[in-house]
Design a protein around this ligand. Structure first.
Ligand code: NAD
Ligand code: IPM
Ligand code: MN
Length: 359
């Protein structure tokens, strides 16, 4: 049976890491009795240029109809750029948010793992990074990213951080259920010492824990302290559940533990179709140089195989091949010598030999 995958390459390094990942998936397919049908769709800045909007209807429809959505990264340079001068609803980032909302993927899993033997790639002491295996569970379709009212006027800027009870309850359930399959520990991160919305978040998390998941260990950290504790002692953490904005910030911070933002994957779940994308952005500063690290996208594809397509054995093989290639000689952002193409070839070379059994 063939898996239909909606592919959104995006902008700048997005197409580079997506090309690498599709090449690896095509090499993996025959070894695990897999067949993919990839449909490449306009999304992001390239879609603005061609269709006047970042998330055209054709892309929305194709994503809804697919078995999974695999995205690169979209967006323009951080400074002044035509895409950044558009009204808010026409901007690339509104397309990204619009896609998440369209698919209803409220649970964003951002695993941060230091593979055994690769702790030397971390700028932290190897003894601190070693054994890191935590999951940032970011609420993805609510909070200050979507709250109304919101505006930027001559003399006032306003955003609204709001959470409904059902939104906190459902992400809390995902956190506790996920922790049960891991180390049984949830840390909820908020700013309840200052923000009413965070006090509400904490109260709801405590309620769900007491009534449904008393077997799971729960503790709470304020977000400022959490930022410090996560890099000071990453192995103290299992599942870190937090709101949309705090999860965005903490996940880029946590990328320092394995050594580069280029290695972090994500899966966004909870709707009918899952969305799989690296945590990093379109990195215009390195685009076109052949040095984009494809690992975040490759590991996102592994999450797609595992969570979206129920192909756990193929996911394991892909992750193992990435680990082997990193151990041999990593990409330049990690201090190695390999560019995108050489690293991709090394991953393919490290895939297991063709096996008769389906995975
Ligand atoms: P960024 O993640 O693109 O880059 C931050 C830094 O990390 C840069 O120095 C970059 O070179 C490096 N980096 C990122 N990915 C890398 C990789 N795979 N390999 C090697 N180095 C890598 O963040 P930014 O510069 O703040 O944002 C650039 C654009 O990307 C903006 O338009 C932003 O809105 C967008 N963005 C999109 C997504 C997404 O598509 N989901 C995510 C984050 C940012
Ligand atoms: C991410 C990105 C996006 C976010 C932006 C580009 C809309 O930073 O996926 O982490 O803030 O969610
Ligand atoms: Mn981000």
């Amino acid at each position: 049976m063939s898996h239909s995958i909606a592919v959104l390459p995006g902008d700048f390094i997005g197409p580079e890491v997506i090309d690498a990942t599709l090449e690896v998936l095509q090499a993996l397919a025959p070894r695990y009795g897999l067949a993919f049908e990839f449909t490449s769709l306009p999304f992001g800045g390239n879609a603005i240029d061609r269709f006047g909007e970042p998330l055209p209807q054709v892309t929305k429809d194709a994503c809804s109809a697919a078995d999974a959505v695999l995205m690169g990264s979209a967006g323009g340079p951080v400074g002044d750029h035509p895409w950044n001068r558009l009204p808010r609803e026409k901007r690339v980032e509104s397309g990204i948010l619009g896609l998440r909302k369209h698919l209803g993927v409220f649970a964003n899993l951002r695993p941060v793992k230091v593979f055994d033997g690769l702790e030397h790639l971390s700028p932290l002491k190897a003894s601190v990074a070693k054994g890191t295996d935590l999951l940032i569970l970011r609420e993805l379709t609510g909070g200050i990213y979507f709250g109304k009212p919101s505006h930027a006027r001559d003399d006032e800027g306003l955003s609204t951080m709001v959470y409904q009870r059902y939104e906190v309850e459902r992400i809390a359930r995902v956190a506790f259920e996920t922790a049960r399959k891991r180390k049984g520990r949830v840390t909820s991160v908020d700013k309840s010492n200052v923000l009413d919305v965070s006090q509400f978040w904490r109260d709801v998390v405590v309620g769900v824990h007491a009534s449904e998941f008393p077997d799971v260990e729960l503790d709470h950290l304020y977000v400022d302290n959490a930022a410090m504790q996560i890099v000071r002692a990453p192995t103290d953490f299992d599942v870190v559940v937090t709101g949309n904005l705090f999860g965005d910030i903490l996940s880029d911070l946590a990328a320092v533990i394995p050594g580069s933002l280029g290695v972090l994957p994500s899966a966004s779940l909870g709707g009918s179709v899952g969305l799989y994308e690296p945590v990093h952005g379109s990195a215009p500063d390195i685009a076109g140089q052949g040095v984009a690290n494809p690992v975040g996208t490759l590991l996102s594809a592994a999450m797609m195989l595992r969570h979206g397509l129920d192909r756990g054995a193929a996911a394991d093989a892909l992750e193992a091949a990435v680990q082997t290639a990193l151990a041999e000689d990593p990409t330049v952002d990690l201090g190695g010598s390999r560019g995108t193409a050489a690293f991709t070839a090394a991953v393919i070379a490290a895939l297991p030999a063709p096996a008769p059994a389906a995975g």
